[in-house]
Design a protein around this ligand. Structure first.
Ligand code: FES
Length: 113
């Protein structure tokens, strides 16, 4: 069952920015991609680097979240690792209510992209 958590104010997450938040027992990277908010597992699949302290960048084929430790890159919308396509971070539903960002960690969001 979905369990929604109030995790941050919109003012804490400007477009192009990523932050780390703790949601229940999960470490989550919260990213603002041109006003769209995405939440993905914040522990990098490579060696556990903090994706919430990574860097967002715009590429020709979409947005990338780059891990600060060794540079693995993920699509923040789908959680897919850019090079392998078989490695995928969990992604979580988000919603905005007023000026607050909410994340649900009770149900994993699955994207067909
Ligand atoms: S821990 Fe993220 S790229 Fe190595």
């Amino acid at each position: 069952m979905a369990e929604w958590h109030d995790v941050a104010a919109l003012t804490e997450l400007s477009p192009g920015q990523v932050i780390e938040v703790i949601v229940g027992t999960e470490v989550v990277a919260l990213a603002n991609v041109a006003g769209q908010i995405f939440a993905i597992d914040g522990v990098c699949a490579h060696q556990g680097g903090p994706l919430g302290r990574g860097v967002l960048s715009r590429e020709a084929d979409g947005c990338r979240l780059t891990c600060p430790w060794h540079g693995w890159q993920y699509d923040p919308a789908t959680g897919r690792q850019v090079l392998s396509q078989t490695i995928r971070q969990r992604v979580f539903p988000t919603r905005i209510a007023g000026d607050r960002i909410w994340v649900s960690v009770g149900a994993v969001s699955c994207s067909s992209q």
